[in-house]
Write a protein that binds this ligand. Structure first.
Ligand code: HAM
Length: 426
């Protein structure tokens, strides 16, 4: 018996409709914002994430699935979707497209984390990346996309936290303030943070160790160090959110776990799914494309974790509609009838009807039972008598009525459209 790897999950046939449902909602909402889908590879050169996500982040330091391929290249399974999109933007010359360039993706991601509820080693993201605009309205638009998705799914109990972590300019003043604040407290901080103070003091704010969490409570706030431009950008972004009646809270403690962010960052957090409550995270990242070797390019985006979203929908009792059930079932006796049903069933499928025939050699009686279990609306039965006398019986399973048609009559109906066909079966 070979088991599933730790931190991964199967999506079973009886559950996949939930995934299809939320993915349909993502795609529909994406269309209303005029986004087009982008697909990038599941693995990239490791260097992309070292430079993109940042080599002082936990994702890069501890969590990447990295291996040498047979050509001795260092390859990494994508831990997130943004860096790959940035690479593609440069490599495919997307800068020459009409701006803003608005893209979305649905992708598996891989992080070697300690699995727990809502934290997997393979998980899935719906992500959005909006390129080419510095306008605060587009930061607000990224947030509005998530807000509309939650509305479309019927989710209301979720908090939007926003912050600004400024640009390079204001960050250096803030970093100095952080170093000043942490230096006398180093002895009480975790070993990683003692290093972070030299490499990337901002990362300390994201530390999950209890001692550091305590110390972080009184750390200086980035919002007091924003330069005029970043301050103004943050104020305007907030005013667009207010104008769209999107509620938010300012949380100057959020820094996000990836290094590429500048200015606006945000998270949607739920209290209903335990400690891994961040369902969606994102922000502006004006430095990424340049960091990856392209021209300076403004960009903002987010990613929403699909497993956490589905957990949340279950936790707050949002029922996902089951897809259509079977419309026509052919119950047959004998090979001749079975072949005729096989032909008819295929014609009905070509018309767009969900149609089933027997593949289990069931008795006539148990074929009816099966049809009932799969919620067939109609059962068309063709037994010996019917075969001999050129007719078939149609049972309406919802109204318990029955009628008979000759094969010719039935075939005539199949020449019309789907709705007429169904009406005439009743
Ligand atoms: P992130 O915050 O690392 O951001 O991940 C986004 C979302 O992915 C999280 O809010 C969570 O729902 C889900 N997620 C992350 N790790 C796991 C895990 N181990 N198990 C289950 N779900 C997880 C990013 O990935 C950025 N690329 C977002 C972005 C796009 N920023 C700008 N553009």
């Amino acid at each position: 018996m070979i088991n599933i790897p730790k931190g991964t999950k199967d999506v079973l046939p009886s559950d996949s409709y939930k995934w299809q449902y939320v993915e349909d909602v993502f795609k529909k909402v994406a269309r209303t914002f005029n986004l087009n889908e982008i697909r990038t590879p599941t693995f990239e050169h490791t260097e992309l994430f070292l430079r993109g996500v940042g080599d002082t982040t936990d994702i890069v330091n501890k969590e990447m699935y990295t291996f040498l391929d047979k050509g001795e290249r260092s390859i990494t399974l994508k831990p997130e979707g943004t860096a790959g999109v940035g690479r593609c933007y440069i490599e495919s010359g997307l800068a020459s497209e009409l701006m803003p360039l608005k893209m979305y993706y649905i992708t598996p991601c891989f992080r070697y984390e300690k699995p727990q509820a809502g934290r997997l080693r393979e998980f899935h993201q719906f992500g959005v990346e909006l390129y080419g605009s510095s306008a605060p309205s587009i930061d607000a638009e990224a947030i509005a996309i998530v807000d509309n998705i939650f509305k479309a799914l019927g989710i209301s109990n979720i908090k939007l936290l926003i912050n600004s972590i400024g640009c390079k300019k204001c960050r250096s003043a803030y970093n100095e303030a952080l170093v000043e604040y942490y230096k006398p407290k180093l002895d009480n901080m975790c070993p990683t943070c003692r290093e972070r103070i030299n490499t990337n003091p901002l990362r300390i704010l994201d530390c999950k160790e209890s001692a550091c969490i305590e110390i972080n409570k009184n750390a200086p706030s980035i919002l007091d160090y924003l330069c005029d431009e970043c301050h103004d950008h943050f104020e305007k972004t907030k005013s667009y959110l207010t104008s769209a009646k999107i509620d938010f809270e300012i949380d100057s403690r959020i820094v996000r776990g990836l290094d590429y962010y500048t200015k606006t960052i945000f998270e949607f957090v739920s209290m209903n799914i335990g400690s891994q409550g961040t369902v969606c995270g994102g922000g502006r990242y004006d430095g990424l494309v340049e960091e990856l070797g392209g021209k300076p390019t403004q960009a903002v985006g987010f990613a929403l974790g699909i497993e956490r979203l589905l957990m949340l929908m279950t936790a707050v009792n949002i029922e996902i509609p089951k897809p259509f059930s079977n419309e026509v079932y052919f119950a047959t006796m004998g090979e001749k009838a079975s072949k005729l049903a096989f032909l008819y069933a295929n014609k009905l499928r070509n018309m767009g009807l969900i149609t089933e025939v027997d593949h289990m050699d069931r008795t006539f009686k148990s074929q009816f039972k099966y049809a009932n279990k799969i919620n067939s609306k109609f059962v068309v039965s063709i037994g010996d008598d019917e075969m001999e006398n050129n007719f078939l019986k149609i049972k309406d399973m919802e109204n318990y009525t029955e009628k008979q048609l000759t094969f010719d009559e039935f075939e005539g109906l199949m020449l019309g459209d789907k709705d007429n066909f169904i009406r005439s079966l009743k």
